[in-house]
Design a protein around this ligand. Structure first.
Ligand code: T3D
Length: 262
């Protein structure tokens, strides 16, 4: 038996942007425990790494992510799929959402099943023209998981979410843009540069950007009173940041601010 030493997720930091590239192109980047755990670890490490201001998740080859690797065995009838989800999928989704730094899915090709969930868990999706989105679960007799049933109705409304998840049809990038599922669509060849440009803009943002991410996400589950209380706490934290001091100084000095993310 030969054991591959090629990393299943490539990790590189350049100019404040951590890029995590799913690297199993022969199966359109199907998810194994190794892939799921590597993304979770990458996001958790990014939380404490000052050199990282933004995280980008993308795929090698022609696919973004085809969801659970259906040859990896976790879905065989005897396996406890609940503990598989709990031990590998849930930590990845939570690590992406809890990270107080922006996460961008740079969707270079098909995003199917939990591969689409992965894209939905990101804060922004930039899609190549040839990218597509499939809630593939129903095609094999499963239900949406890895957060798809949570994110999708919030992003596109319950009726469209039901249509996508119950019919399992392919959504192309133009339609994804039209219904607000993606931030922008660019030509296939332009995806890396468009992603870098967008990530760099976010990376120049202040410390408060991470707090804004938490606020907007929590607003979907809170009532007004609870959300007002969260705003108070977040604003208190933002006001303590050196980026707030810089923002005020820049305004007074009539110059652009130079935020450091602290
Ligand atoms: O285990 C748990 O905890 C449960 C969690 C479940 C979460 C899930 O994600 S369930 C949903 C799993 N994903 C799918 O059902 C999608 C399966 N793939 C497809 O339907 C199609 O491949 C695509 C629509 C994504 C792309 O189609 P196409 O025609 O562009 O490519 P292809 O020829 O089907 O795939 C290329 C190769 O990748 C092919 O291998 P081969 O024949 O060249 O050796 C294909 O078998 C392989 N591949 C694609 N998706 C997967 C895969 N191999 C393993 N697992 C996959 N998910």
């Amino acid at each position: 038996m030969s054991v591959s030493t090629v990393p299943v997720v490539l990790s590189a930091v350049e100019q404040g942007i951590l890029t995590l590239t799913l690297n199993r192109p022969e199966v359109l980047n199907g998810l194994t425990d190794g892939v799921l755990d590597a993304i979770a670890t990458g996001c958790r490490d990014a939380a404490t790494d000052d050199a990282v201001r933004v995280v980008v998740v993308t795929g090698a080859g022609r696919g973004f992510c085809s969801g659970q690797d259906l040859r990896a065995g976790a879905q065989d009838g005897d396996a406890d799929i609940r503990s598989h989800l709990r031990d590998h999928y849930v930590p990845m989704i939570q690590a992406m959402r809890e990270l107080q730094k922006p996460v961008i899915a740079s969707v270079n090709g098909v995003a199917a099943g939990a591969g689409m969930s992965l894209a939905l868990a990101a804060d922004f999706r930039i899609a190549a023209e040839s990218a597509s989105f499939i809630q593939a679960f129903v095609r094999i007799g499963l239900v949406p998981d890895a957060g798809s049933s949570y994110f999708l109705p919030r992003l596109i409304g319950a009726a469209r979410a039901l249509e996508m998840t119950m019919l399992g049809e392919t959504l192309d990038s133009a339609e994804a843009l039209r219904i607000g599922l993606v931030t922008k669509v660019v030509g296939d060849a332009d995806l890396p540069s468009a992603t870098r440009e967008f990530a760099a803009r976010l990376g120049r943002g202040p410390r408060s950007a991470g707090l804004i991410k938490q606020l907007i996400n929590s607003s979907l589950d809170n009532d007004l009173a609870a959300q007002l209380a969260r705003e108070e706490e977040a604003q208190f934290a933002a006001a303590q940041s050196s980026d707030f001091a810089e923002g005020i100084a820049a305004f007074m000095g009539k110059r652009p601010p130079q935020f450091t993310g602290s």
